[in-house]
Design a binder for this molecule. Sequence first.
Ligand code: T5A
Length: 242
Amino acid sequence: MAKRGAFIVIEGLDRSGKTTQTTLLHDRLVKCGISVNLYKFPDRTTSTGKMIDSYLRSQSEVDDRAIHLLFSANRWEAAENMIQELKSGITIVCDRYAFSGIAFSAAKALPPLSTPSPGDVSTPAETPRTLTYEWCRAPDTNLPSPDLVLFLDVSPEVQKSRGGYGEERYEKEDVQRRVRSVFRRIESEFHQESESGAKTLRWIHIDAGRTLDEVSEDIWSGVEPLTGGVEEALARLWSGTP
Ligand code: T5A
């Protein structure tokens, strides 16, 4: 039976270098003669993406639950294309996916990890209690599951040192710390599943505070075994989760 394409996601905190690394990885795969397509979420070009873009630039206000569902809808609009491409043998490299969706929304319901600075509106006094981890995960259940997630981790100091940080809604230290803690939960759940023998995606945690080349090499070590394609059928995210 012909193998399908691999589904590879690069996730991480803001300014961790996801876009740079997805492009480098795409180019390296092309050089190896592999048929590969790039995806990026949010896809700001679609009608849902335009609403998301306006929200992220703080040009509009949207209810926290509504924006969460819009981010998920933005993925579902692309899902069928992605499935068809993977089945036809095309590898997909994707810049952010459902894990960002959970991390950035569920982080809003966590208490602040530090005292907010005067005028910081990133931690509203009334955080919506309905934004639980499980609630945030639900709309992305059954999306195509990646085979590999490469999570790029950076410290707040490194984030601030990288160009343009602070321009968009979530680019604030306390928000990013809470987002990191939700990403840790997602990562540990996948590790537990994998240790228990359940077939699950592979999650690799990468220190992205190093040079571009060092990060790229770690990414390549994870990706190289998938370059020959994947035999297993495409799984669905959290399809067996109660
Ligand atoms: N979001 C997203 C949700 O709330 N819910 C969701 O469901 C999803 C999908 C926008 C926001 O949306 C939120 C999360 C985000 O807050 P985005 O469009 O991915 O998401 O954001 P971008 O602004 O495109 O991406 P980031 O700001 O997160 O940046 P990247 O892609 O991580 O970093 P990159 O590659 O652009 O690099 C940033 C700078 O650092 C340099 C680069 O040259 C660049 O200048 N750099 C390095 N410098 C030194 N050493 C290295 N190793 C470097 N790597 C990169």
